[in-house]
Design a protein around this ligand. Sequence first.
Ligand code: NAD
Length: 373
Amino acid sequence: MKSRCANLLVEYGGIRIDTILKLGGEGGSLTLIGKKNDDGGWTFFRESQESAMTDVLDEEDQDLLLLLNPRTRMIGCDLELALKSLGRHWKQLRPVEIHPDFRWSMYKLVIESRVSNLYHWKKICLKNNPLYQLAEWISSSKHTVVLSGAGMSTESGLPDFRSRDGWWRNMDPHKVANVTAIEENYELFWGFYKYRIETVEQYSPHIGHHILAKWEKNGWIHGISTQNVDGYHVVAGNHNIVELHGNIRSIRCHYCGRSSDVADFLNRLNCSSCQGPLRPNVVLFGEMLPDNAWNQAFQWFHRAELVLVIGTSLQVAPANQLPCLTSGHTVYMNMEMPEELDPSFDLMIKGKVGQLLAELDEMLDYIHSGKEE
Ligand code: NAD
């Protein structure tokens, strides 16, 4: 199992410092190191030699290292400026180590400048890069299917269920998203789904959804089976979609099944035919998945050569069993990496969906342009 978060970390007196780019060989190396900021950006430092400090400072002084070490200079938060500080010819030097988050962006800079010998850059930026491995698998697969979950839509603004900022911090999903709630506490059920429908209507698909729509159009993916009820894949332009858990903006009567408008539900009306309670056409905890949706997803995953699982904790059955059906490659892309996942995956890539898909999309365009030869 490979991971995007390789262990490139150096600890300086409790401050997390990552190697961003190391150039040259033993003894005479030029290194850009970085400290991740609370806002997700980086502060970069240039180091002209390693290991200068540890002998001269006490343990207590370790956190002063970056300020005191004359060979370590703070450059600032701008990557391009930081790279420029390595001298005009940094792209001609031999890369020894590159942080996984920067492999693709640095490779783009290097190929833009038509560097004559790309061998070492390719080795580190592409061959040793799980995301690029995935781009190659997507390019060669004849049948790729996606399983998406709530993490696919958090960057649109919709909270997911189980991560730190998810829905259920203050609410147990089993208490509200189930049939008993409709029958015994309709007020709670209605309030929860009214809020969710309004949230879905307030936001829209993000770059990641649009990239998946482009991939379907280009024939790079063949179907998306989603656990999401927001309908964003369809809005973004995907046609081969299975909404395993239904669609929150489709409304029916809980008793007689007659369809109704979303406005009727939001206005807390009852069924115009039998006066039963209205509800979204979603699969509640304890309910079965619709047969047609499950059968279609089953067929897709069974014949898949490549399965991409995106933004889901894989805790909800039976959707979490779909990746087991393929005999092809399986890839898990998520912001958090569970210690153990059943099934296990050939590749596990940690990151935010929008950025991962945007990078993959650039890699696919690069591969299909034929320029990587
Ligand atoms: P979940 O909340 O259990 O897991 C979501 C996962 O996505 C988490 O592991 C989280 O770390 C990850 N994640 C969050 N933001 C991310 C990002 N930007 N990039 C990458 N990963 C990110 O959700 P699930 O596994 O889909 O749970 C299943 C249930 O949640 C489904 O029944 C689904 O209907 C429901 N749900 C749907 C929506 C929606 O339609 N948008 C929203 C909330 C919950």
